[in-house]
Design a protein around this ligand. Sequence first.
Ligand code: HEC
Length: 128
Amino acid sequence: MRIIAMPEDPDQTEPLRNPSSGFVAYVPVGSLARGEALVTTGGERTVACDICHGAMLKGAGTVPAIAGRSPSYLARQMHDMKAGTCRGPGSALMTPVVEQRTNDDLVAIKRVRLVADAVVRAAGSAVD
Ligand code: HEC
């Protein structure tokens, strides 16, 4: 299972390096629905993310926003937290979230960005 991120417009990405030209993440079939379930309910192996990451996953207090982050960044952070190599002041809170998840779960959860985008669109505002 993996994610492949491609530029929306290769000419804008390189050589123009236009910061407002985006990327499209291609993910395994089925991972969108699975990720949405894990993010919103926790399924049987994790905890719903908005409890700590706030409404629309835009952050709450010292807990960082995860809405709008790139799928590969989210996955790397969660992989490293699970492996114990990424430690911040609040990492202990994420331990129960990541410890029982499989790599397939982590790929599915990368969809958190799209889930959050959809939630925000439904609410009529934009993801930062
Ligand atoms: C019990 C509270 C709690 C829950 C539930 C929780 N998180 Fe977190 N999460 C945190 C805290 C606190 C941090 C910051 C850790 C640190 O200090 O480095 C964090 C950090 C992260 C990061 C790294 C963000 C960054 O910018 O480095 C990601 C990605 C993340 N969480 C994803 C998730 C996902 C996906 C879920 C739901 C499946 C989830 N979290 C559920 C508390 C929580």
